[in-house]
Design a protein around this ligand. Structure first.
Ligand code: TTJ
Length: 642
């Protein structure tokens, strides 16, 4: 007889239901990045098995039906009954929510030892998931639908005793995800990254989604981090060879690689347990400060820095440096806006100790390289001193004007789930939008470009802006300051917050500042998928002769125009170019950006907002390197829309 649901099962279902209610809290977003994240979560389990010393190959296949298969040659997830739960361990792995939400605070997954973390999240967000395990000469399988067990564990065949492994196939649930098409370029970047970080692992990728060309790519980087740095620096003039070292200190494995090239930039990437720590953390900070100390010591010893000279700054010392700092920690803690900043102090101590010892050992033996590296720092110091002088000579910039025209034209409905607010650049577009909108559900908040437009506007000034204040008031959920959380998403008055700016540089700048503002003060809005960018058209084309009434067609970028031109003989259509939203009349505005049936919206993901905040920081003259490393990692992920 089928087993009835017990108390334990109910908690399980509630746990997975929570994942389905707030997927963003567990996988970051329900856009493309969140979708790809499902594969990473499953793959991490196989990498854990690799780290345990039992798996050398991972196969990832994108199937024609939209599902994904991840297969390893590890020991296989245990199929025996787990005492605590009274069900097979494998079923626990896929149905029990482990550490708390990854992006929503709480615990964090621990790679390298604790298995099965994240698999239940993927299961909950999959229309169906099937797992096959080969173990002890037998083949077992199970099936789930939207997290619920629909086929209990059963033995389905036999195999050779030494043929072991796990194979998981899952189909992302279209009820949860906006799009269910995996982005293969981003996947390949991540697989390559995993190969660099795990030199003894081979990752094979098959994309079977398109009938014509079947892609097979393998990633295997036996030279590990050294190859990673070499490849990042490909095509640049080397100032040093790649230097690598690896040592375990206090139970924490530290592995680093660095190389100097003749460029005015630094590119330091941090990893912990194979996870890219986008926001850095104790390991990266320790590496940087130790390096600074060492180089300054050498520069004084060698007489390159005289008594009267001040030390090189950290930025000077890292001028031209590409480095990877990878640690393996038994219990990592992550903090920061995107939970990608390593927080463990002992990881910092380990990196400082290992770096101090190993880098000195290297430079003691390689004086020429040392001198070249110090020359990079000297170049940077000269430029810096020059800029500092220029800055003190500069007149103070004119103050901001406070604009009081920012008035919200609210909608009639008070049902948040039906309501949306458009943040519109410019008074004329704002006016058109107020006329064109559906007054019941659409609110319009016009903002003046010229205020936010001022170069190097700091976030404080953005906050002091009257329209921004109107925005905070109209959203209704407050904002968080620092780590004190006065933000309450349940009070949000609009389901969608849509940023609507011109498709030009100024518009992009306003987007950047607004996203930075959301990212810093209301990140949950983005995490839970409430923030969108409108995509206004650039062109309208109208055929000159057509049957009946022709309304024409909107084109959203230059490539689309190019395609249209190719398909239509010259002179057979008229072309209108929109310089901005302000040029559109209410009907056009409705048709292209307001009407839910015809508009194009791009959901903002937390990574987009993170990038925006880095760009803002860059415009303020700090932390350029962080931006640089971001570009390298995510260049492949840029969406190409048509
Ligand atoms: C656990 O400890 C006993 C031996 O097997 C260990 C284990 O769970 N190994 C393991 C899990 N290997 N591979 C996985 C795995 C692979 C994929 C693709 C997905 C999941 C959820 C787990």
């Amino acid at each position: 007889m089928a087993k009835e649901y017990g108390a334990g099962d109910i908690t399980i279902l509630e746990g997975l239901e929570a994942v389905r209610m707030r997927p963003g809290m567990y996988i970051g977003s329900v856009g493309t990045k969140g979708l790809n994240h499902l594969i990473y979560e499953i793959m991490d389990n196989a990498i854990d098995e690799h780290l345990a010393g039992y798996c050398s190959e991972i196969d990832i296949t994108l199937n024609p039906d939209g599902s994904c298969t991840v297969k390893d040659n590890g020991r296989g997830i245990p199929v025996g009954i787990q005492k605590q739960a009274g069900i097979p361990a494998i079923e626990v792995v896929f149905t029990v929510l482990h550490a708390g939400g990854k992006f929503g605070g709480g615990g964090y997954k621990i790679s390298g030892g604790l298995h099965g973390v994240g698999a239940s999240v993927v299961n909950a967000l999959s229309e169906w998931l099937e797992v096959t395990v080969r173990e002890g000469g037998a083949v077992y399988s199970m099936r789930y639908e939207r997290g619920k067990t629909v086929k209990k564990l059963e033995k389905i065949g036999t195999c050779r005793k030494n043929d072991t492994g796990t194979c998981v196939t899952f189909k992302p649930d279209a009820e949860i995800f906006d799009k269910t098409w995996f982005k293969e370029d981003a996947l390949k970047s991540r697989f390559h990254e995993c190969a660099y970080l795990n030199p003894k692992l081979s990752i094979h990728f098959h994309d079977l989604r398109k009938a014509e060309e079947t892609e097979d790519v393998s990633f295997s980087e036996p030279e590990g981090l050294s190859a990673y740095v070499r490849d990042i620096n490909a095509g640049k003039e080397n100032v040093s060879d790649v230097v690598t070292f690896k040592k375990t200190y206090d139970g924490i494995e530290v592995e680093c690689a660095f190389q100097y090239v003749n460029e005015f930039e630094e590119n330091i990437l941090g990893f912990c347990n194979n996870i890219y720590t986008q926001e850095g953390g104790t390991h990266v900070t320790a590496f940087k400060s130790k390096f600074t100390t060492i180089i300054n010591q050498y520069a004084r010893e060698l007489g390159i820095l005289k008594d009267k000279d001040s030390n090189f700054t950290g930025t000077d010392v890292r001028n031209g440096m590409t480095a990877i700092v990878a640690v393996k920690h038994p219990a990592p803690r992550f903090e920061g806006q995107t939970k990608t900043k390593l927080d463990n102090p002992d990881a910092g101590s380990a990196v400082a100790s290992v770096t101090g010892e190993e880098v000195q050992l290297f430079f003691d033996k390689n004086l020429e390289t040392l001198k070249n590296v110090i020359a990079c720092a000297e170049k940077s110091a000269k430029i810096r001193q020059h800029e500092e002088k220029a800055k003190t000579n500069m007149l103070s910039k004119p103050k901001f004007s406070i604009d009081n025209n920012g008035k919200l034209a609210n909608c009639e409905s008070r049902k948040a789930e039906n309501c949306e607010v458009f943040i519109v650049e410019g008074d004329s577009a704002g006016g058109s939008a107020k006329t064109a909108r559906d007054r019941k559900t659409q609110a319009i908040l016009p903002i003046r470009g010229k205020i936010l437009n001022v170069e190097k506007a700091s976030i404080d000034k953005v906050l002091a802006n009257a329209e921004i204040q109107t925005m905070i008031d109209s959203f209704g959920c407050g904002f968080m300051e620092g780590y004190g959380n006065d933000f309450d998403i349940n009070k949000l008055r609009y389901n969608k917050i849509i940023i609507m700016t011109d498709a030009d540089v100024d518009g992009a700048h306003i987007d950047t500042l607004l996203l930075t503002f959301f990212y810093r003060f209301m990140p949950q809005l983005i995490q839970e998928g409430h923030v969108y960018l409108a995509t206004p058209p650039l062109y309208k084309v109208v055929p000159k002769r057509g049957k009946g009434k022709t309304t024409g067609q909107y084109l959203y970028d230059d490539r689309a125009l190019e395609r249209y031109r190719k398909a239509h003989p010259e002179g057979s259509f008229t072309l209108q170019r929109y310089k901005g939203l302000g040029e559109m009349d209410p009907d056009q505005l409705w048709e292209t950006t307001l009407n839910p049936e015809t508009r194009i919206l791009k959901q903002v993901e937390i990574e987009d907002a993170h990038m925006a905040s880095e760009v803002t920081e860059m415009l303020m003259g700090t932390d350029v390197p962080a931006r640089k490393s971001f570009i390298y990692r995510h260049a492949h992920e840029a969406e190409i829309d048509s």
